[in-house]
Ligand binder design. Structure first.
Ligand SMILES: NC(=O)c1ccc[n+]([C@@H]2O[C@H](COP(=O)([O-])OP(=O)(O)OC[C@H]3O[C@@H](n4cnc5c(N)ncnc54)[C@H](OP(=O)(O)O)[C@@H]3O)[C@@H](O)[C@H]2O)c1
Length: 318
């Protein structure tokens, strides 16, 4: 089968399309024919091997696994112990080596694809969406009536943050650049601030929760628009170790600063995303699809930091 392989850390030139062996499922595994693999910014940092700490998980000198985690496709074969899936089922979930014609993972790492969504949209419901869910529900504890601001509302994670916060009954202000204002309104944001025209930290509005996807402002600036009980949840920004450590230390001393977190995919949250999509609470936005051959171009684009929704690779198109 065709797959993207990476034999060393580096820029997108390190990604190569090769012929590899089709996976064989272990007793608890499922092999899917991959129709779509969504890219997330973590894939990009993994490709670079930076920040260096990431190599503790991914391999010290070279990546231990093929790139690509967020997939949607059709079940091709199942292991002897798998009862919940059968060949032909349409699923989405997470795996290793997802930029390939076939992918293999434990059966619990998949959920049923929402029928009304394309495979491209379904593949988008994994890392970025689960991060948004953890930020809104777990870290931010957003409740009905909360006034919430999402800084960085238009990329891979932001649209999910806006939609999930709305579904929790919050009034949502979305911060994005001019070209994304209409999209933010379509996502259901109550107020949209174009950060190229207006500084939201100078507005006469205060928030219970600021969900910081862009990581573009300091806690001092955010404090101007936080309620006395308000909190900033750090989702994104530079993964520089000193910056992340700084946020972690501030979170120990300030009730306004949430601690950095890493969202780990799990079956329960994947099923929650499936339900949120099925009930039309969450609508994934796919900006562009690339063929497997052009995976490196997809990485280059996402690395620029101005994606408008999700970027997806389509192995079945090749
Ligand atoms: N904690 C976790 O588990 C976890 C998981 C996934 C991602 N993340 C983090 O979340 C962050 C966002 O990921 P992503 O996939 O959404 O990235 P992305 O697709 O590159 O989106 C970044 C967004 O930030 C916006 N932006 C850039 N500069 C801005 C500014 N000054 N003010 C407001 N918005 C600005 C961009 O919008 P414009 O084009 O309009 O400027 C873009 O839409 C990353 O830093 C990533 O590391 C964390």
């Amino acid at each position: 089968m065709k797959a993207i392989v990476q034999s060393k850390y580096g820029n997108a030139d390190a990604l190569q399309l090769k012929e590899t062996d089709k996976p064989i499922p272990g007793a608890n595994d499922v092999v899917i024919k991959v129709h779509a693999t969504a890219l997330h910014i973590g894939d990009y940092y993994t490709m670079l091997g930076s920040p260096f700490l990431l190599r503790l998980m991914m391999g010290f000198f070279r990546p231990k696994f093929g790139p690509g985690t967020d997939v949607a496709g059709v079940v091709e074969s199942v292991g002897a112990n798998v009862t919940q899936w059968k060949p032909g089922d349409a699923v989405f979930g997470w795996c290793k080596g997802g930029f390939a014609e076939y992918a293999c993972a434990d059966a619990s790492q998949f959920a049923r694809k929402p029928e009304h969504l394309s495979f491209e949209q379904a593949s988008s419901l994994v890392t970025s969406a689960l991060t948004a869910l953890e930020a809104v529900r777990g870290q931010g504890k957003v409740k009905p009536g909360h006034n919430v601001l999402v800084n960085g509302a238009s990329g891979g994670v932001g649209p999910f943050v806006v939609q999930i916060a709305k579904s929790y009954g919050a009034t949502v202000t979305a911060v994005c650049s001019t070209r994304n204002v209409e999209r933010a309104v379509a996502m259901g944001a109550d107020v949209v601030v174009d950060y190229t025209q207006e500084d939201f930290t100078q507005r006469n509005e205060t928030y219970d929760c600021i969900l910081d996807v862009a990581g573009s402002r300091s806690l001092k600036e955010y404090r101007r628009v936080l309620k006395p009980t308000g909190v900033v949840i750090p989702i994104g920004g530079s993964p520089n170790l000193l910056r992340v450590l700084g946020i972690a230390i501030k979170s120990m001393f300030s009730k306004h600063q949430g601690a950095p977190f890493v969202s780990m995919p799990n079956t329960e949250d994947l099923n929650t995303m499936q339900e949120l999509a099925e009930s039309r609470v969450v609508q994934p936005f796919v900006e562009e699809c690339y063929s497997l051959e052009r995976t490196a171009d997809a990485y280059r684009y996402i690395g620029e930091g101005h994606a408008r929704g999700k970027i997806v690779v389509q192995p079945a198109r090749s």
